[in-house]
Design a protein around this ligand. Structure first.
Ligand SMILES: Cc1cc2nc3c(=O)[nH]c(=O)nc-3n(C[C@H](O)[C@H](O)[C@H](O)COP(=O)(O)O)c2cc1C
Length: 167
């Protein structure tokens, strides 16, 4: 049974959709090969100790495969990687078919062309309603590109970052 109380789901989605996010691919080297999914709920958590977090849905078919490996890589997408975002949020097709990758420290795929990557071990997985809250401990990370902005998601549409004139 739904426990949304007096909150209308359409209003919830429309309102929360006004908060812009970046897009990352959370990847792992699973038993049957590389896996990953597009995630907008990624955030930095703590510097000391170095922790990050994100929220996979409880209906995700990819998250259980990532969890089994005990590690993951956060791939922060650049604005010129919309096709990667679409591949990793679609239920159809081989997500890695046209996506070159390599590995760094955790063994999880680091997707070529990302703005930055963050290799993590899984520190904690906690219940968060219809999602899981996953805390990752940072093992290694790098800012790989400075020539392009981040891929952004706002009100159901994708965009690029443009600084205000005064900034
Ligand atoms: C911009 C964007 C942000 C997303 N953010 C999340 C997220 O934070 N958590 C989540 O579980 N799915 C998120 N998704 C949806 C998954 O990428 C999508 O459901 C994908 O098909 C994962 O399915 P799978 O786990 O069954 O492979 C997002 C999709 C897009 C396009």
């Amino acid at each position: 049974m739904s426990d949304s109380g007096a909150i209308d789901p359409t209003l919830y989605r429309r309102t929360l959709g006004t908060y812009p996010t970046g897009v990352v691919i959370v990847s792992a080297d699973a038993e049957d090969g590389p896996v990953g999914l597009a995630i907008g709920s990624f955030t930095s958590v703590s510097l000391d100790p170095p922790l990050v977090g994100f929220l996979p849905g409880k209906g995700s078919t990819t998250w259980p495969k990532i969890e089994t490996t005990g590690a993951f890589c956060v791939n922060i997408l650049a604005a010129d990687q919309l096709s990667v975002c679409k591949a990793f949020s679609s239920k159809d097709g081989d997500r890695y078919a046209s996506t070159p990758w390599r590995t760094e420290v955790s063994g999880a795929p680091v997707i070529e062309g990302v703005l930055s990557w963050i290799d993590c071990s899984i520190e904690a997985v906690e219940d968060a309603g219809d999602h899981w809250w996953v805390t990752g401990r940072v093992l290694a990370l790098a800012n790989a590109r400075d020539d392009v902005g981040p891929l952004q998601f706002f009100r159901g549409a994708y965009g690029d970052f443009s600084p205000l004139p005064s900034s």
